[in-house]
Design a protein around this ligand. Structure first.
Ligand code: GLU
Length: 308
């Protein structure tokens, strides 16, 4: 990488500047519809401890499905590979909240990063404890990983999700009918809606994901969060399944494991180099941040960080 990282980030910001504000803010969760579409933030935290941020990198936003990476991490640590008897590891080719595949595949979701799969992951985390303890466990994990106690659930977004969550409720009931949800659907959904409604800034998110860029260990605190093999596998799932049914396109253009959320955030991992978080609320037609994806494409081209 011939240029300084700060110069590269400045170039990325300049390259996407004219596109900021494009895309469509998610409005199926009413509390997300009011976000200013012109927000744009980026934060990169390297394995050497360097941080470069720009734009609205310190403003908390709704992480939505980016939370699925962290709940997957917790569930794998809790029950290990037996998780894969209840969830697959294949891309879907269907929308993030689709129910059609579930019937053919007997209530086993395709992967843990679509809604159905993440709902099963949440059900795993609920085993042996109540919804309050479970959401506390998830928030504590994120606070610890982000090294910031201010990470919290946005109660208004959580309420808004619950009020409009019929499709997620259908997925949960459908899977319970197949025996793949063990807890009460209301409890599972309560935790799922709250985990999606966690608010974090780009800086916090990049910090929280850093262990995935560093073979499972946090290079700053030196904690081994997950084994190296597990970190590699979580990254593999992010690469193949992290961008809904545009995961192939993201791999093609960016070439980094990543997970997007309908709040407009994306966490991307450059293995052995850095964790990157971007935020821009306008989404493309598949539901991924339009400007966030462009920024990551430019960043990957300028740094040469693509894994391919
Ligand atoms: N809470 C959202 C939902 O379940 C998450 C969607 C997303 O970010 O993919 O509908």
């Amino acid at each position: 990488m011939p240029q300084e990282l700060s110069e590269i980030v400045a170039d990325v910001c300049r390259d996407v500047k004219d596109r900021i504000g494009s895309g469509r803010v998610a409005d199926y969760i009413p509390a997300l519809a009011n976000i200013d579409p012109r927000k744009f933030g980026i934060s990169i935290m390297t394995c050497d401890g360097e941080t470069v941020s720009a734009g609205d990198a310190d403003e908390p936003f709704s992480i939505q499905s980016v939370s699925k990476v962290f709940t997957l991490t917790l569930a794998l640590e809790r029950i290990g590979p037996v998780l894969w008897s209840r969830i697959g590891r294949e891309p879907t080719g269907s929308a993030f909240n689709s129910i059609v595949q579930l019937e053919h595949e007997a209530g086993i979701p395709r992967n843990p990063l679509i809604n159905a799969g993440a709902i099963v992951v949440t059900d795993v985390l609920l085993e042996g404890q109540g919804p309050r303890q479970t959401i506390d466990e998830i928030v504590s994990f994120l606070r610890h990983r982000a090294d910031d106690v201010s990470v919290a659930v946005d109660a208004e977004v959580a309420r808004s999700e619950r009020e409009t969550g019929d499709r997620n409720a259908s997925l949960a009931h459908f899977m319970r009918g197949f025996g793949n949800i063990k807890g009460e659907v209301d409890d599972v959904l309560s935790v799922y809606f709250q985990q999606c409604a966690i608010a974090m800034s780009c800086r916090q998110l990049a910090r929280a994901g850093l262990f995935l860029a560093h073979a499972g260990s946090d290079p700053l605190s030196k904690e081994q969060v997950v084994s190296e093999a597990r970190a590699r596998r979580i990254n593999a799932i992010m690469m193949s399944c992290g961008h809904y049914d545009a995961s192939g396109d993201f791999a093609f253009h960016v070439g980094l494991p990543g997970k997007s959320g309908v709040g407009g955030g994306i966490l991307a991992i450059a293995p052995r180099r850095a964790a990157i978080a971007v935020w821009s609320p306008g989404l493309n037609e598949v539901g991924n941040s339009l400007v966030g994806s462009l920024a990551l494409e430019r960043l990957s081209a300028l740094t040469g960080w693509s894994v391919f």
